[in-house]
Structures are given as C-alpha cells and as structure tokens.
Design a protein around this ligand. Sequence first.
Ligand SMILES: [Zn+2]
Length: 84
Amino acid sequence: MGHGPCDKCEELLHGYLDRELSEVEHAEAEAHLDTCDYCRRRYRFESQLRKYIRLSAEERMPPGLLDKLAQLRTDPGQGGQASA
Ligand SMILES: [Zn+2]
C-alpha cells in the first residue's frame, strides 16, 4: 500500500519536472519516461498540476482548491476509503 511500482524513479521525475537534472540525468529521465507507463502518467499529472499551481498562484485560487491538489499529491493511486 502506498507503494508505486516505480518508487525510485520518483526522485528522477521530480528533478525532471523542476529542471534540476544534469544533461545525463535528464536523458535518463526521458528514456525512462519512454519505457515506463507509470512514470509517464505521473509525469503528465505532475506537469499539469504544476501548470495549475503556477496559474493559480497568479490568480489567487480559493484555498479549498489548494487542499484538493495537496490531497491528489499525497495519494496519487488510491481510490476509495472515503471517511464517512
Ligand atoms: Zn518508472
């Protein structure tokens, strides 16, 4: 539970998204995204998220939306378990 199939490439992905990677690491990340469906989906999700965050930082989104995004971030893969 709470373990993605690709836990260790998460680090790489974050660097990739933040553009903090060296050229070699960047190429590595891209090659990985090419072959790893899980990371590709995560990368899309995260990059979308970042876009929204950037936009909303400029436009001041309602605080509730931030919470939602934070929730999405902290559990990307679990559907279920609503606290009733
Ligand atoms: Zn992966």
